[in-house]
Design a binder for this molecule. Structure first.
Ligand SMILES: C[S@@+](CC[C@H](N)C(=O)[O-])C[C@H]1O[C@@H](n2cnc3c(N)ncnc32)[C@H](O)[C@@H]1O
Length: 189
């Protein structure tokens, strides 16, 4: 694992893309500037990507990036709503869910993912996950509320049955405590 690059986002990409069926279904829980949505759509040429964000600007950025990267015709649904409402749009099991939490770089830093919504969305994502499916989460703890969000994520994950879910939390030990924290989850049964 993690042969190519060492950024939190690159590691999340590497984790979710292994064994992802090309006709699979993915959720980008935080569309932002569209990098994860583009990545997922490239790996799902016959599949589907649901991409959520509460900011119209983020969805516009994502649509623009998809077009620039020649990915706009793949089965992508851009959804202007919070990820805590994902069950209003998704009904079938999914293979991948990506959470890249925090605020949209280069935009209003007060529009940010919130612990309660993140908790609800993560619980729903777990319910939708196929056997063999994966969830990646990148949490940034350097801003106000970041640590609370980290605790909220841990609270949801630590009670899951270890026979059904493989869950790893990855932290940098030689960087400031504000460095991103990553979670990798795979459903085994
Ligand atoms: C760190 S950015 C995501 C980066 C993105 N994945 C990318 O590849 O560029 C976090 C995003 O989460 C969005 N967000 C905040 N609350 C949200 C919610 N409840 N549901 C979905 N998105 C939310 C913000 O608007 C912001 O665009």
């Amino acid at each position: 694992m993690f042969k190519q690059q060492r950024s939190a986002v690159a590691m999340a990409h590497e984790f979710v893309s292994v064994n992802l069926p090309e006709d699979g279904t993915a959720v980008d829980a935080t569309a932002g500037n569209g990098n994860d949505t583009v990545f997922l759509s490239r790996h799902l040429p016959k599949g589907k990507v649901f991409s959520f964000d509460v900011q119209e600007q983020a969805l516009n950025n994502t649509a623009k990036l998809l077009e620039q990267q020649g990915q706009s015709s793949n089965g992508i649904e851009l959804i202007h709503d919070g990820h805590q409402n994902m069950d209003r749009y998704i009904s079938d099991p999914v293979d991948v869910v990506m959470f890249n939490l925090g605020y949209l770089p280069g935009s209003d830093h007060s529009i940010i993912t919130k612990p309660d919504n993140t908790k609800t969305a993560l619980q729903k994502a777990i319910q939708f996950l196929n056997i063999g499916g994966k969830i990646s989460i990148v949490v940034y703890t350097g801003h106000q509320g970041g640590m609370e969000e980290l605790f909220a994520v841990e609270e949801v994950l630590k009670v899951l049955d270890s026979r059904r879910y493989w869950i790893v939390e990855l932290r940098h030990v030689n960087r400031p405590t504000t460095a991103p924290v990553s979670f990798y989850i795979e459903r085994n049964g």
